[in-house]
Ligand binder design. Structure first.
Ligand code: ADP
Ligand code: MG
Length: 461
């Protein structure tokens, strides 16, 4: 019937607009490399902020003692403590995950940091016998804060802007370590923030601790971002002394990348216009976990309106932004049952569509596939951009260099088809070099990494 023909037409148009042929991915990777150069050349020189992390030494494995870490960056935040045993490695670690009440994500700085400090204080109270703080010492913390920060030193930095659904205006421009420290003082919690790190930088540090070949880290979670080790002399905007190591970790803030080569659709444009941060984080908005399910919802909305996809009426729930979450999308996408019963039950539970035909369900799986494939292939192109910047995208005569990229984040971890597609695309793009480039899952690397950096920058060294 005409209804299916129209739905089919919308689907084919989506597929065409989301297309990421290899040649296009190479253009995206090249554009990424160009923007990396521009962002390193001067402050404000690019959409890519290429933020200096002040991390000029990565963990060596000698780190010792009890350290805490706090990871704030999405809907959950985590507190952890780790007993580092030097050459003996990690002796013990414990963590707790606390979800952030949504009203605090758009409230005041004071309230958010009070909430965080209170959760941290509660966690410190449960510290057991197998953790050892040397007598007379203050506890020290690595603070993983996954929003763009202009670092003033390793342990201080001002918030540039919020992303990923956070919007707390009075915190913008403030030193987030100062804010956290004041909240801890209000509570009487005696703890020093020894390092402030982006989650990508933490993941890089945690990855390097386990594997000396780690040169970059990528987060695919609620948002997306990357960090990598740059040669200090290749950072023209760096005014300070060159670090002894000759290296500096750069937090790219690649979520804000944009390029005329990115395949954008009308759905992306409207999603962006209606978002908390219009015009910003365009790469993030087509790749990351916060948005993929929402893009699918928007396609379904159009199908409902223009092709009566769900019948004569539009399911009211379908109109609610962000109601279709990426984990639900992923569950539908991975449905292998012959009648696609997972898709059927998601439609019923989330959109209150009680009866769905197999034909409808198949179209929905296809939408998920198109949207996830675009995101996964573009993330691979981003990684190629980094490898190109480092000259690690080609085989060097007589030289065998292995490059490991530490990957973390819920999207990478749980969305298997996304992950497989990203990995196979990277191989496709790399050709012969693919065997020297390894993608490694760095589980919870960002928290451990922050604790390790706190250890190597302890006031007691
Ligand atoms: P954050 O990025 O907020 O620090 P995570 O790295 O844990 O936290 O990523 C959480 C995100 O991962 C969620 O917002 C969601 O988008 C995505 N995610 C979690 N579970 C799944 C899943 N099963 N399938 C697809 N995406 C998932
Ligand atoms: Mg995170």
């Amino acid at each position: 019937s005409g209804r299916w023909a129209k739905a089919e037409a919308i689907l084919r148009e989506l597929e065409e607009k989301c297309g990421t042929p290899t040649a296009k991915l190479r253009q995206v990777a090249d554009a990424m490399t160009v923007e990396m150069h521009a962002g390193l050349a001067s402050e404000g020189g690019s959409k890519l902020k290429m933020l200096i992390s002040y991390v000029d030494n990565l963990p060596t494995g000698d780190e010792k003692g009890l350290f805490y870490a706090l990871d704030l960056g999405g809907t959950n935040f985590r507190v952890m403590r780790v007993q580092l045993g030097g050459k003996d490695g990690i002796m013990k670690q414990e963590f707790e995950e606390v979800s952030i009440p949504p009203h605090l994500m758009v409230g005041s700085s004071h309230e958010l940091f009070d909430f965080i400090a209170a959760a941290l204080a509660k966690f410190v109270d449960t510290e057991g016998e197998d953790f050892h703080l040397l007598p007379g010492r203050q506890r020290e913390l690595g603070f993983t804060f996954s929003f763009p920060v202009r670092q003033l030193s390793l342990a201080s930095g001002t918030l540039i802007k919020w992303t990923k659904g956070f919007l707390i205006e009075d915190a913008v421009g403030q030193d987030v370590v100062g804010e956290l420290t004041k909240a801890m003082e209000r509570l009487g919690l005696d703890m020093r923030v020894a390092a402030l790190v982006n989650d990508t930088v933490g993941t890089l540090a945690g990855g390097r601790y386990n594997n000396p070949d780690v040169i970059a880290a990528v987060i695919l979670g609620t948002g997306t971002n990357a960090a990598y080790v740059e040669r200090a002399h290749a950072i023209p905007k760096w005014q300070g002394l060159l670090p002894k190591s000759g290296e500096m970790v750069i937090n790219m803030e690649w979520g804000n990348f944009r390029s005329s080569h990115l395949p954008l659709t009308e759905y992306d444009q409207i999603l962006d216009a209606e978002s908390l941060n219009p015009g910003e984080q365009i790469f993030e908005k087509i790749i990351s976990g916060m948005y993929l399910g929402e893009i699918v919802r928007r396609v379904l909305c159009r199908m409902a309106e223009e092709a009566s996809f769900f019948g004569d009426t539009i399911p009211p729930k379908l109109k609610i932004p962000f109601i279709l979450r990426t984990p639900d999308m992923s569950a539908m996408h991975h449905d292998t049952s012959p009648d696609l019963k997972v898709v059927g039950s998601k439609l019923k539970d989330i959109l209150e569509v009680p009866n769905s035909s197999l034909k409808m369900r198949k179209i929905i799986v296809e939408i998920c596939d198109i949207v996830a494939t675009r995101g996964a292939r573009l993330s691979a192109a981003g990684i190629l951009g980094i490898l190109k910047k480092l000259g690690r995208d080609t085989v060097k005569e007589g030289e065998k260099q292995r490059s490991v990229i530490a990957l973390d984040g819920g999207l990478f971890e749980h969305y298997t088809k996304f992950r497989k597609c990203m990995e196979s695309t990277l191989k496709e793009l790399l050709g012969d070099v693919a065997e020297d480039i390894v993608v490694e899952h760095s589980n919870d690397g960002s928290g451990i990494g922050a604790a390790l950096l706190a250890a190597s920058h302890s006031q007691y060294l």
